[in-house]
Write a protein that binds this ligand. Sequence first.
Ligand code: ATP
Ligand code: LTN
Length: 325
Amino acid sequence: MTENRLFSGIQPTGEIHLGNYIGALRNWVSMQEEYEAIYCVVDLHALTAPQGPAELREATIRTAKALLAVGIDPDRSLLYVQSHVPQHAELAWILGTLASMGHLSRMIQYKEKSEKGGQNLGLFAYPVLQAADILIHRVHVVPVGDDQSQHLELTRELAERFNTRFGEIFPVPATITPKIGARVMSLKDPTAKMSKSDPDPKSRIDITDSADLIRKKIRSAVTDSGIGVRYDTEDKPGISNLLDITAAMSGRAIDELVAEYADLQYGSFKDAVADAVIDGLEPFRSAYSAMTDDYVRDVMASSAERAIDSAAASLAGIREAVGLS
Ligand code: ATP
Ligand code: LTN
C-alpha cells in the first residue's frame, strides 16, 4: 500500500493568523501535490471554548473560505466540516476507552487552556477527538505547527495500543512540521506563540488584515533595546521572529536576509518585513474577497459526502475489530 494519505485540521475560532499560515496552511497547499490530502474545519473542537452559535457558524464558513483562498484545491483534496461526518465522534468514544487519564492530564494545551478557566470534559478529551480525526481516515502523515507534537504523540500511542489489542487496523501516522516557521511567535511577546486566543489583536497578523494594518502591527512589534539585525533567539527573540517571518514569506534564507539588513535601523527593518508579509499575502487577499459563501458551502457539502464514504467504511472495520455488532 502506498503511504500517501494526509490529514490535518484547523479550529473555526477567531481569524486565521500568520502563525497558522506559515506553520500549517502553506504546507497543506504544497503537500496536495504529493499526497491524497484531507483537510477539516474542526468545529466540534471549537465547542470546547465558549462561543455563540451564530459566531461559530460564521467562523466555520470564514475558515473554510480562507483555506480555499490559500490554495486548497477541492478537485484534488477533501475539505469538509468535522461535525458533518459523525464517524469522528464515534471513534473518539472508542479511543477514549484506551486513553490514560494521566497522559491526558499532562497535555500542555489542556493545562494552559484549563488554567485560563472554563475546564470541561471536552477540553480534557480534546486530543482523543483529534486522534479520531486522524485515525478514522487511516492516514500516514499529519502536517501541523510545533505546538501539536504532543497531541500527535498521543495519537500514535492510541493507534499502537488499538493495534496491539484488536489487530493491525491503523497506520501509525508521522508528524510533519515546517523547517522555518513551525512556531511563529507573538508580536507583543516573542517568548509566547502567536495565537488566535490572545486577547491583544496587535500580537498577531490576521491573514485578512489590510496592508496598512499589517504595517502598523509590524511597526509596533516588540523588539529589544539594542541595535543591529542579528538572528539570536536568546538575546534577540523579537528580531529573530521577524527574520523567521520574512524568510518564510519571501522564500529567502535567514543568512541572506541578515547580510542585507544587518546595519538597518529597526524602523527600516520592520518596513522590509512588512513589505514581505504584504506581498506574500496579496494573492490570498484577492482570492478571499472574490469568493462567495455559497461556493464554500457547495464545496463543504460535496466533500463531506465523500468523507462519509471513507469514514463509514473505516468505522465498520473498527466496530468489527472491537466487537460492536
Ligand atoms: P489557539 O492559539 O487559540 O489554540 P491556534 O492559533 O493554535 O489557536 P489552531 O486552529 O489551533 O490555531 O491551529 C491550526 C494550525 O496552526 C495547527 O497546525 C497549529 O499547529 C498551527 N499553528 C498555530 N499557531 C501557530 C504558530 N504560532 N506558529 C506556527 N504554527 C501555528
Ligand atoms: N488540535 C489542533 C486542530 C486539530 C487537528 C486535528 C490538527 C484538530 N484535529 C487533526 C491535525 C490533525 C489545533 O489545535 N491546532
